[in-house]
Design a protein around this ligand. Structure first.
Ligand code: ATP
Length: 299
């Protein structure tokens, strides 16, 4: 067992008990371990617990001097669902991570309800955010722990059960002899990719965030799981601003606004109907989607 997983568990449980290191706990849950910790600037302002409006103003990101996001300007309206689409390597995950506050901007600004995020308290930010990564971080502990610790105040068994149900994991848990007390391995061993994502969704239901960032998986989802994810997303969207990297037509159609990314740039943005009518980039992506759907399980 890798020492960093013990460390993460230690951090999580101490954060849970003292509340002091909750930033570390929240961040640890929102991202995988072992990634370089980069400097994101924070301030001391509180944040209203309301679905935020986000404004990206000329946001650029470079990795080791190589530009990955270039001058992104877009507004994400409060309480709306926005989808990010684009070909592989376009920068979709990076955009989600920069919005999450896990990657620093090299240029530009992110405004939350009109104020620069650099002024917001880091803890206040991560308290309101659920980031459902493609490969969510699962620590060594029970299913209960993995879900309950998403909420700084903890969660009762009933709340965890409800979240597990909302995330479509109830059937799986019912099959386990130890139920929600079943230990799950370091890195989530023993869970499929889809189950890990649903566990991350269960965390979101327990946390009740005002901002949800979701990195939709590119593969490995059966239709039933896809349905559950879509339903969960619309449920969360009732009380949050939702930004999702979308690979599926269903998800895209559900979105109020779509950002089309190509080679690190927003090449088009609008509603599905608008883009379908006017954006060659978007039409090309839709074409790929249709081929994929007609060709069956070709993802
Ligand atoms: P996909 O749909 O394949 O997941 P994407 O649109 O989400 O792709 P990103 O994962 O954001 O694209 O990657 C955009 C570019 O940035 C890629 O060229 C990738 O190799 C690079 N990149 C991403 N993360 C890092 C990192 N931590 N360090 C260096 N380069 C990175």
């Amino acid at each position: 067992l890798a020492p960093e997983f013990y460390q993460a568990l230690k951090e999580l449980s101490s954060a849970f008990h003292t509340g002091r290191e909750s930033i570390t706990a929240a961040k640890t849950l929102e991202e995988k371990l072992g990634e370089a910790k980069e400097e994101v600037r924070w301030g001391d302002q509180p944040l209203d617990r309301l679905p935020p409006e986000l404004e990206l103003k000329g946001v650029s990101v470079a990795y080791q001097g190589r530009p990955v996001l270039k001058n992104i300007t877009a507004t994400i309206a409060a309480g709306r669902m926005v989808a990010i689409v684009g070909p592989s390597g376009a920068g979709k995950t990076t955009l989600l991570r920069v919005i999450a506050g896990l990657v620093p901007v090299t240029d530009g600004q992110i405004l939350i309800n009109g104020q620069s995020r650099e002024n917001v308290r880091e803890e206040a930010w991560f308290d309101q955010l659920s980031y459902i990564a493609q490969h969510p971080y699962i620590f060594s502990g029970s299913i209960y722990d993995n879900v309950a610790l998403a909420n700084r105040k903890g969660a009762s068994k009933r709340e965890v059960f409800k979240a597990i149900e909302q995330a479509g994991l109830a059937e799986l848990v019912a099959l386990l002899e130890q139920g929600i007390q079943t230990p799950i391995g370091e890195g989530g061993r023993g869970l499929s990719g889809g189950e890990k994502q649903r566990l991350a969704l269960a965390r979101a239901f327990v946390k009740q965030p005002s901002l949800v960032l979701f990195d939709e998986p590119t593969k490995g989802l059966d239709l039933k799981t896809e349905q559950i994810l879509l339903q969960s997303m619309s449920q969360l969207a009732k009380t949050a601003t939702v930004i999702t990297v979308a690979h599926r037509l269903h998800t895209v159609k559900q979105a109020d606004w779509i950002l089309v990314l190509d080679q690190g740039e927003v090449v088009a943005q609008g509603t599905h109907a608008d883009l379908e009518a006017h954006s060659p980039h978007y039409r090309q992506l839709l074409g790929l989607e249709e081929v994929r759907v007609e060709g069956g399980r070709k993802e």
